[in-house]
Write a protein that binds this ligand. Structure first.
Ligand code: NAP
Length: 293
């Protein structure tokens, strides 16, 4: 297929590489120049509008503001040469997803929300879990692209914003797991037990799942740079979950705690570190102790 990728950050770059490997013709655009360097086989274009064309366009931008700036304020839906399909794969608000679905419908471009689970190495390997919702005919046409970027696509019906609600629920659980590991490690260290040893035990027994194992290893080693997933993007997602929870009249008291601790982490200078650095909030609150017990 002839596909455009808008946004070559940590995730978008690996997704574009997976599409090239699968034999698609891939045009790429990024706000800051130079992001396409070393992306063999992809065709860099000068304007976002040149990537928002062809059989399908994929957006993998940071947040609501970025998507709004590029697609809505950039007037890309008013162009004559619009894409046959827009796969919107960033983690954005449920509200913006609903708004974009309506705008795309008026412009005659099927809008598929397809946020993903998986860090940049998983994107690079073409093994993401893709949560997809939108027009069924558009979803069928998107299949070869989903197969190139992901190991499995999880359909959630034809209302795009539902995929975004699923993604935010997943990230709420992910950040909760990091908070739980951070507090447990600090607690263990307060009793002279190595936090790394504790996490080694628990992430290989009771909590032997990808999130606990991957983030647990980073917390155990206190390895937060270079970031795979920026802490400030995790904070964005908890904020989006809380806004969506309020709009549905569903309280999420634990998400409020997570938001406060993410604000503390950012205030302590960790915004651009990996999300796993959230664990240090509990460690700092417990006072200086050796992480190795
Ligand atoms: P990233 O490395 O920070 O990249 C962000 C991208 O958005 C860059 O291409 C950046 O362009 C662009 N951007 C930001 N503001 C913009 C604006 N105002 N106008 C145009 N472009 C703008 O982020 P990422 O880790 O790839 O994450 C991308 C999305 O995937 C986010 O929604 C994130 O929540 C989600 N996600 C991330 C992970 C992960 O593990 N990293 C996993 C699942 C989902 P510049 O290069 O010009 O700054």
């Amino acid at each position: 297929m002839d596909v455009g990728v808008i946004g070559l950050g940590r995730m978008g770059r690996g997704m574009a590489a997976s599409l090239v490997r699968a034999g698609h013709r891939v045009r790429v655009w990024n706000r800051s120049p130079g992001a396409a360097e070393g992306l063999a086989g992809a065709i860099p274009v000068a304007e976002a509008a040149e990537a928002f064309a062809g059989d399908a366009a994929i957006t993998m931008l940071a947040d609501d503001a970025a998507l709004r700036a590029v697609i809505v304020e950039g007037g890309l839906l008013d162009k004559a040469d619009r894409p046959g399909l827009h796969l919107s794969m960033s983690t954005i608000s449920v509200a913006l997803a609903g708004e974009l679905a309506a705008i795309h419908s008026r412009a005659g471009v099927p809008y598929i929300a397809a946020p993903v689970f998986g860090r940049p190495d998983v994107a690079e390997a073409g093994a993401l879990n893709i949560v997809a919702a939108g027009d069924p005919e558009g979803m069928a046409r998107a299949r070869p692209l989903f197969e190139a970027m992901g190991s499995r696509t999880w359909p959630f019906g034809d209302a795009p914003q539902r995929a975004n609600a699923v993604k935010l629920a997943g990230n709420f659980m992910l950040v909760s797991a990091i908070e739980a590991m951070g507090e447990a490690a600090a607690f263990a260290e307060g009793h002279g037990v190595s936090g790394a040893d504790l996490l080694d035990l628990l992430t290989n027994t009771l909590f032997a799942s990808p999130v606990y194992k991957n983030y647990g290893a980073l917390i155990a080693a206190q390895r937060y740079e270079p970031p795979g997933f920026n802490l400030k993007l995790g904070a964005k997602d908890i904020g989006l979950a809380l806004a969506a929870a309020e709009s549905a009249g569903v309280p999420m008291p634990f998400a409020e705690v997570l938001r406060d601790n993410l604000v503390a982490a950012m205030g302590q200078g960790d915004a651009d570190k990996d999300l796993a650095a959230l664990a240090e909030v509990a460690r700092r609150a417990g006072g200086p102790r050796s992480p190795t017990g």
